[in-house]
Design a protein around this ligand. Structure first.
Ligand code: NDP
Ligand code: PYC
Length: 337
């Protein structure tokens, strides 16, 4: 496959230019370009430059707002809501997370519900940003109903990612971020674009039979990771980041889409914990126990989640990123002549 080398600055500029030339407000485009550049930099290909194709399709389908202003409301001392008013989620996170951090520091624990947002991004940039403020954090969001419950073959759940970050003073944080499906849907789409088959266990076709064909998988149903365990976690995400915050479940998001193939539209829930408050004089011991845990993992040759990502980040910061020439051409073609 032909690949092209781009600097991180070039990726960011390309993303801003693709989005603004398709009608998006500059501050929204900047916020989105930042997470897309971070995704490409960390070699999370399903949530890097590829996503610009989906963003522009969504803008052109006319469902989402390219310029709505996020609206912050304080639902209780610990709970803030940011209504994205049917724009993408990133600007809502950037503005609302300042309040979330202040609330978590004051109260020890705080939550933020982003509502009415179109949502495509990986969640690790958000929980990592909260860990950089010294907080532990959890984030979760539904998507479109693409995933069958364990024991079934018809789509009910979204790919419903859950992310967690733990701040490590003086070190990169402990972070995981994964879909509750066997794999993100974006990865299946990238297999389809590359003409590659997918492993058994990711999806079933429309007749409910296991498939290695990415197109059949996208028309059938994806499967949860870990069988009934992933299925229960996917349901939890629907309930906490959908029903609890009064926003759409993945089934409802799919209905709202009306076949447009746009980015899913729903909410997101973030919870932040301040270790200074919970630690109450025992923070140093807490940090030491956490480091002992991490040492016990890596000490036997296992790796921490995000280690691959952090290594990719270091490489990309020196060498730039390598993008499929076909994907780059498809993305550049989104800029109107
Ligand atoms: P993966 O199955 O690749 O798993 C990702 C997580 O597992 C990462 O934290 C990864 O760390 C870690 N990991 C992978 N292998 C190992 C290992 N051997 N040992 C320890 N940790 C490991 O990702 P998914 O396909 O499930 O999800 C990819 C992305 O898609 C996520 O960022 C998610 O947020 C995003 N997504 C977003 C959605 C949305 O609606 N907004 C919907 C679904 C997914 P590392 O990165 O270092 O490999
Ligand atoms: O890759 O599953 C996915 C996904 C859904 C919404 C954004 N990413």
């Amino acid at each position: 496959m032909d690949v092209v080398n781009l600097s991180l600055e070039a990726v960011h500029e390309l993303a801003v230019s693709v989005l603004t030339s398709n009608g998006m407000a500059h501050d929204h485009a900047e916020a989105i370009a930042t997470v897309i550049t971070a995704g490409q930099r960390d070699e999370c290909h399903s949530h890097g430059i590829y996503r610009l194709l989906v963003c522009v399709n969504s803008l052109r389908k006319g469902k989402l707002s390219g310029g709505a202003r996020p609206e912050i409301s304080h639902l209780s001392p610990a709970v803030v809501r940011v209504n994205a008013h049917f724009a993408y989620s990133q600007l809502a996170f950037a503005q609302g997370s300042k309040v979330l951090v202040e609330n978590a520091r004051r109260l020890g624990i705080a939550a933020m519900a982003i509502t009415n947002c179109f949502h495509f991004s990986a969640l690790w940039p958000e929980v990592e940003a909260l860990a950089a403020e010294g907080l532990a954090a959890i984030a979760m969001t539904p998507s479109h109903s693409w995933v069958a419950p364990a024991g079934g073959t018809k789509p009910v759940f979204g790919t419903n990612p859950i992310a967690f970050a733990w701040p490590r003073p003086g070190k990169l944080p402990f972070v995981f971020d994964f879909a509750t499906s066997a794999i993100a849907r974006g990865d299946i789409e990238l297999h389809r674009r590359a003409g590659k088959s997918i492993p058994l266990g990711w999806a079933v076709d429309e007749a409910g039979a296991p498939t290695t064909d990415p197109s059949a998988a996208m028309h059938g149903a994806m499967l949860t990771f870990g069988g009934h365990k992933g299925s229960a976690l996917a349901a939890m995400v629907e309930l906490l980041a959908g029903s609890l915050i009064g926003d759409l479940t993945s089934i409802e998001s799919q209905k709202f889409d009306e076949g447009a193939g746009a980015t899913p539209c729903h909410g997101e829930l973030l919870i932040a914990f301040d270790p200074e408050v919970f630690g109450a004089g025992r923070r140093a011991e807490g940090d030491a126990y956490a480091e002992e845990l991490f040492a016990a993992i890596v000490g036997q040759g296992a790796r921490l989640p995000s280690q691959r990502r952090f290594e990719a980040r270091a490489r990309s910061e020196t060498n730039g990123v390598f993008v499929s020439a076909q994907l780059l051409a498809d993305v550049e073609a989104l800029i109107p002549a």
